[in-house]
Design a protein around this ligand. Structure first.
Ligand SMILES: C[S@@+](CC[C@H](N)C(=O)[O-])C[C@H]1O[C@@H](n2cnc3c(N)ncnc32)[C@H](O)[C@@H]1O
Length: 267
């Protein structure tokens, strides 16, 4: 099958198909704000602005909205958007169980429109699936209040490399082209739809952020928590995003950042 790139329709189909397994096999906490697999949460990284009552938040590509649910528990007003109705249905159930209100909406990040005005817009590993990432950043900036924060976590371009065993117990990353990272193309579980996750050079992301009128306050390439040295209790308490598959990749994650986080402000 020839892959023509992600569209709203193909992304919705792909993520509707995967949602049940993704939410079952990944433990995503609602007691901390997560940034990605095995990474420290915001209780350690401290990137979130002071939220609280009447703080207006928008999540882009929320999945089951665990980060929005965490913010709603602090009293923030949260809109959580995703292209997949199945992911959103998990989110609505989770918010009910946690007894918080989150406004879950089916919205494509590639056609966000006017959703309001926000103090905080956040997105964790959704941008890689966008058909037009520069527009997503510009559209987010346009609906941020002056002084508002855009907390963007996206795929790190080094992670687009391939791990090679070079013998004698040594392995390492083979990155054919940093400036044009290859997309990670996957087939849906039902074998009917393809989806690609794309990364971009850090400087490209920074230029898109600058062109959108945002200022980068912090840039992080976080290393994972030291999983092999932690007890299960510690992992549950301190690692908000975890799965068996990601734990198997710990030796790689400990050497190459899986995500890059930009904390940006609209001046
Ligand atoms: C890797 S998941 C991350 C979900 C969530 N942020 C988390 O950390 O668990 C990527 C999410 O992006 C969503 N997505 C993909 N394409 C999208 C689009 N065009 N607009 C909005 N959401 C999209 C998927 O449905 C999926 O829920």
């Amino acid at each position: 099958m020839r892959f023509k790139g992600n569209s709203d329709q193909s992304s919705a189909r792909y993520w509707d198909d995967l949602a049940e397994l993704y939410q079952k096999e990944t433990r995503i906490s609602t007691d901390d704000f997560h940034y990605g697999p095995l990474l420290p949460g915001d209780s350690s990284l401290r990137l979130l602005p002071n939220t609280g009552k009447s703080f207006q938040c928008l999540e882009i590509g929320c999945g089951a909205g665990q980060n929005s649910i965490f913010l709603a528990k602090q009293g923030a007003h949260c809109i959580a958007t995703d292209i997949s109705e199945e992911q959103l249905a998990h989110g609505r159930k989770l918010a009910d169980a946690e007894k918080v209100e989150v406004d879950f909406r089916r919205v494509s990040m590639d056609a966000m429109g006017d959703l309001g005005a926000f103090d905080l817009i956040h997105s964790t590993y959704a941008l890689p699936f966008s058909a037009n990432p520069q527009k997503v950043i510009a559209d987010a900036a346009a609906i941020l209040k002056p002084g508002g924060t855009f907390l963007l976590t996206t795929g790190h371009p080094l992670y687009a490399g391939e791990w090679l065993d070079i013998g004698d117990g040594e392995d390492g990353l083979f990155l054919p082209d940093y400036f044009r990272p290859a997309p990670d193309v996957r087939m849906s579980l039902d074998d009917k739809t393809m989806s690609a996750a794309q990364t971009w050079p850090i400087s490209t992301l920074a230029e898109w952020i600058h062109a959108a009128g945002l200022v980068v306050e912090r840039l992080l390439e976080p290393a994972p928590m030291p999983i092999p040295d932690m007890s299960e209790e510690e992992i549950i308490a301190k690692v908000p995003y975890d799965s068996a598959d990601w734990r198997a990749l710990y030796p790689q994650l400990a050497r190459i950042p899986v995500v890059v986080i930009f904390k940006c402000r609209r001046v």
